[in-house]
Design a protein around this ligand. Structure first.
Ligand code: ADP
Ligand code: MG
Length: 325
């Protein structure tokens, strides 16, 4: 193991990540971690695995990877409206490369600190590169933002902008031609793919306002359809309302941007529904969000409009677009 044992690796790179928290009674270094649960709150738990070649490209920048591994799990806590508390890390490494570990630990530690989430334990094994993070957060009883709470008449909102990470991936895979005078826009789109920002504050602010929420990991249509299915409702979506960043708008046509916004994943924005009477409360929230449609009574049916006119989408997503677009 190039002179670094598993124990010293953990001690050197991961013990210091641990954000101090008074509710961690026993952290990294024993057989189990012990935490003090707050009896007034419920605990939200989620786990995600990222595998090299499946969820990220081989030779991905380790610092971005450290960030993204935690960001995708924090995004699940955000989507249910939970406050991050603790996480564990199961790391499978083909070999011990210290510069890689240092970069990975830095990306992880920086985001962990921002959200006051403590690394309390994990496992380290040898094998093909794979990263599993399990997060735990707090949510007050009955306040979780679930997928099954959408009501007919709710407005449908999406936070920030969507489609950026999808365009970033296409750029990375050379499926979108890099344009000479668009370096800044392209850097922004790649950043959105590599270092997503989990909307933890927004999720927390939506407690008591939103009837349902989900984070956008697989694409707006795919993720919103989970809300429709769990809530047994439908959705009318206005395509012209889809929030697209200026970087994306500068890089592809409006129609292509809409396709990316609808079908590409990895943006880690929140899609949520709230009744019209919550409008004033929603306006106090500092994160940006856009109304893109309304919840209807047709179970599992998503209907798309452009300028009020109903339109048919092929459902094939962005695949049919040429690389010149
Ligand atoms: P055990 O053999 O009891 O499973 P390990 O040798 O796997 O113990 O781990 C020793 C300690 O280091 C444990 O507290 C474990 O939670 C922690 N640990 C192991 N790998 C990691 C990691 N990648 N990140 C954080 N903590 C880790
Ligand atoms: Mg172990």
């Amino acid at each position: 193991m190039s002179g670094l044992s598993e124990f010293s690796l953990i001690k050197h790179y991961f013990e210091k990540i641990s954000t101090p928290r008074s509710d961690v009674l026993l952290g990294i270094g024993d057989d189990c971690a012990i935490v003090q649960a707050d009896t007034n709150q419920q605990i939200a738990i989620s786990v995600d695995t990222l595998v090299e070649g499946v969820h990220f490209l081989p030779n991905a920048d380790p610092e971005n990877l450290g960030h993204k591994s935690l960001a995708v799990s924090l995004s699940d806590l955000a989507a249910i409206g939970a406050t991050p508390a603790w996480f564990t890390l199961a790391l499978t490494l083909p070999e011990v490369k210290e510069p890689w570990l240092a970069g990975f630990a830095k990306g992880l530690a920086t985001l962990a600190k921002q959200h006051q989430i403590a690394l309390i334990g994990g496992d380290t094994t040898r094998g093909p590169l794979s990263i599993t993070i399990q997060v735990n957060g707090f949510v007050k009883s009955e306040q979780a933002l679930r997928r099954d709470g959408a009501h007919v008449g709710d407005n449908i909102y999406v936070s920030g902008t969507v489609g950026d990470a999808g365009a970033g991936l296409k750029l990375k895979q050379n499926q979108l031609l890099a344009q000479q005078d668009k370096q800044l826009q392209e850097a922004f789109l790649q950043q959105r793919l590599d270092k997503p920002t989990p909307k933890v504050d927004l999720g927390r602010d939506l407690r008591g306002i939103a009837n349902s929420a989900i984070d956008i990991s697989d694409g707006l249509v795919a993720d919103l359809s989970h809300i429709l299915e769990k809530s047994q409702v439908g959705a009318d979506i206005e395509l012209e309302a889809l929030p697209v960043s200026s970087a994306l708008a500068d890089t592809v046509s409006r129609e292509h941007a809409e396709q990316l916004a609808l079908y590409a994943g990895d943006d880690y924005e929140l899609c949520f529904t709230a009744p019209p009477e919550k409008h004033a409360e929603l306006r106090k929230i500092k994160d940006s969000y856009t109304k893109i449609g309304t919840i209807t009574g047709n179970p599992n049916k998503m209907v798309f409009y452009r300028g009020g006119q109903q339109i048919e989408l092929t459902g094939k997503g962005y695949e049919h677009f040429s690389i010149e677009d």
